[in-house]
Write a protein that binds this ligand. Sequence first.
Ligand code: UGA
Length: 434
Amino acid sequence: MKIAVVGTGYVGLVTGTCFAETGNTVSCIDIDEKKVDSLKNGKITIYEPGLEVIFERNLSQGRLSFTTDLKEGIEGAKIIFLALPTPPGEDGSADLQYVLKVAEDLGPLLNEYAVIVDKSTVPVGTAEKVKAKVAEGAKVDFDVVSNPEFLREGVAVDDFMKPDRVVIGTTSEKAKKLMETLYTPLVRQGNPVIFMDEKSAELTKYAANSFLATKITFMNEIANMCELLGADVDAVRKGVGTDSRIGKRFLFAGIGYGGSCFPKDVQALAKSAEQVNYDFRILKSVMDVNEDQKTKLVPRIKEYFNGDLTGKTIAIWGLSFKPYTDDIREAPALYNIEQLLAAGAEVKAYDPEAMENVRNQIGEKITFCDDAYSAVNNADALLVATEWPVFRTPDFDKLSTLLKNKVIFDGRNLYTLEEMKELGFTYISIGRET
Ligand code: UGA
């Protein structure tokens, strides 16, 4: 099948590349000439494990192409995906200007029936708006479908190729058939393609992300209680997670959730609620708790140094919002850096992938180090902000020698209390005894 993907950001590029891998001919369109040039020349523009190899294969075998020309890109496409940014507007609601502009441009360009698919995370009612915009200029029949994406950065290829489920919002039989054909190769293990109306599909995405953010936040609050009561959040996590109604995943307490999705989507759903005069209290609390959680170790660091961080050097391990990505959007590490610098500390950091992005955002306000040990060399304390595997089993003897004080603030609970006690470290983590 010939398909088109408008927008070559994270979701667009993964979608386009993976659908080419299942044998479709995919044309990706983007207004950013530099990006399109780079992609055409085989240079991938995002860091995502496993993507590059299938990108190169499909590009060289001619199933994947890139253009800045919308007309050329959608020529002959039976399905046109919109994978465009929906950033939070000033009031927190999703800004639909990019989606609606492309919808408007698409109308007059359609020569034959096509399915237009909202892949971006968009508020309930967007499919209707897109339909109205396309209809303004369309001379042929078309359908607009909502098909939210559930992939996680870092494991996006796997999530795309082996989805837990595929949600397709449409009431058109013709669109249903085409979408089913496209997705069949991805659900061979029997994972469901769930059909529903457009609005329910749109809300499903927000509900899923907000539920997961709530699950994490709930555990973060339990962790805060553990600290006050002398319990251990790791034990509690195991105790509750083995209940199949709760599930083991997304129960890890830490220094809050970040990234380009959870913070934006929780906020957007809260905004949607406000717009229909519904007081969505849980979401407000989730945002509130996460705000505090992100920097909850900073007061502990200050306390350790008797309230004065002037002239102290804090080493930070991990800058991306989670491992296996260079994405630093809403990364807790950055909020910690901001507060540590404001308190007069110096910061030396190491991250396997995200240092360039941080440098582009904050410049040389902190020292970027070549590896984990250079970051701790002569530092007064270590703060672990992201659970990259490389930080999981460090050489603690080396750490003891390099650090000025044997103290670790661990925002991701990477080490066991027994090990830390045995090695003589002061170890402050989340939801566990210090
Ligand atoms: C999230 C969803 O998991 C995807 O299903 C969804 O498609 C995507 O948003 C999106 O809307 O595009 P992502 O933001 O890539 O994916 O990252 P996650 O792996 O979900 O992690 C989100 C945040 O939660 C991270 O900051 C992570 O550190 C934090 N987290 C996750 C915890 O603090 N504890 C956990 O147990 C799990």
